[in-house]
Design a protein around this ligand. Structure first.
Ligand SMILES: Nc1ncnc2c1ncn2[C@@H]1O[C@H](COP(=O)(O)OP(=O)(O)OP(=O)(O)O)[C@@H](O)[C@H]1O
Ligand SMILES: [Mg+2]
Length: 338
């Protein structure tokens, strides 16, 4: 195990005293696992004793329904973004201890138009979060963004300290990624958000049995090195079922591969947070200075280059590959349920 990782893990488990971190989960590509990651990372952070607010900034409101919360017209970021209400009016607790939700609803789509008309159109979200900043109420604000680079996503990125980019392990994965990384650079360089950084790229719907999944991870690793989270999120029937029960995966099936993966992701995310804070203070190695992640795949298993993504909906055999820490491996999860 990487000794740095082991060291920071101890730090990450201390009671959280750091300033609030705002993390946008974004990718303009649809259906890549943004909402699944937002819900489950939030729940796993809460399980690790972090105080988390999940903001559903998507008019589809999937993070809201995925947590079993009803959409109610008028109860979302919309009036807050327009300066008509305070954010604290719409935050509500969830069934998960330490996890609060600011729900979304379909009217949020209208916010795009209304905000676009205002002079400082990149800043309403950042201004709306001001009452929560560093008052100790939350350790993390996780923002589930819509699948576009419209005003809502741009507002989220302007307000955030970090962005997590979920990428589905499929053939066209890299296309959207370069757009996202360019946008992060532009926001930083233009001064709109000088501190914005990529917290990590999370590979989702990984199927270890397909060459395609392995090849996509290899390709993304070639370009983005240690920005990829070492934790791979497996394609899992359980993960796709959980939202219809209004539950994060750790409540729906706490022992399945999806639960193991998202718990590992939360752990790795916290490790990275501590490392980047340490490096900001000049006390240790920056994540980007860390040794590049080991190649997460076995190159010998790539005989050919698939031409199109396979729609393989079978469960991958459990064990999330290439974990920085060892968790009990599961090989029997969900067998026979398909
Ligand atoms: N690891 C996974 N294994 C299996 N299914 C998954 C996994 N992650 C997400 N899904 C399913 O894939 C679909 C898209 O996931 P999700 O809604 O999280 O993506 P999204 O990027 O938020 O989509 P959108 O761009 O529409 O907001 C959902 O039906 C979800 O249940
Ligand atoms: Mg979504």
């Amino acid at each position: 195990m990487d000794r740095n990782v082991a060291t920071v893990d101890v730090i990450a488990e201390r009671p959280c005293s750091m300033d609030i971190s705002i993390i946008a989960i974004a990718n303009q590509k649809g259906g890549v696992g943004k909402t699944t990651t937002a819900i489950n990372l939030s729940a796993c952070l809460a399980e690790r004793r972090k105080k988390v607010l999940l903001i559903d900034l998507d008019p589809q409101a999937n993070a809201t329904s995925g947590l079993g919360v009803e959409q109610i017209s008028g109860r979302s970021m919309y009036p807050v973004l327009l300066g008509e209400s305070s954010i604290t009016e719409f935050i509500q607790p969830t069934d998960i201890r330490r996890l609060d939700l600011l729900p979304g609803e379909v009217d949020l789509a209208g916010a795009e138009v209304d905000i676009a008309r205002t002079e400082h159109y990149l800043h309403p979200f950042k201004n709306a979060l001001a009452p929560l900043s560093n008052n100790g109420q939350y350790d993390f604000i996780i923002v589930d963004c819509p699948p576009s680079l419209g005003i809502l996503t741009m507002n989220a990125l302007t307000a955030s300290h970090g962005i997590i980019i979920p990428i589905q392990c499929e053939y066209y994965a890299l296309e959207g990624l370069s757009v996202m990384t360019r946008l992060v650079r532009q926001l930083r360089d233009s001064g709109a958000n000088p501190k914005l950084h990529i917290s990590g790229i999370v590979m989702t719907m990984y199927d270890m049995r397909t060459n395609l999944s392995q090849q996509v991870v290899q390709e993304v690793a070639t370009h983005f090195g240690d920005r990829i989270f070492e934790t791979l999120i497996p394609r899992s029937v359980r993960l796709s079922e959980a939202p219809s029960f209004g539950r994060p995966i750790i409540q729906y099936d706490g022992n399945c591969t999806g639960s193991v993966a998202y718990r590992n992701l939360a752990k790795e995310f916290l490790q990275r947070q501590v490392m980047s804070m340490t490096s900001e203070r000049g006390e240790g190695p920056n994540i980007s200075q860390r040794e590049t992640v080991q190649d997460p795949i076995d190159h010998k298993t790539h005989p050919g280059h698939p031409k199109s993504p396979t729609a393989d909906m079978h469960e991958s055999s459990a064990e999330p590959l290439h974990q920085p820490v060892s968790e009990p491996a599961e090989h029997s999860e969900e067998q026979g349920q398909e």
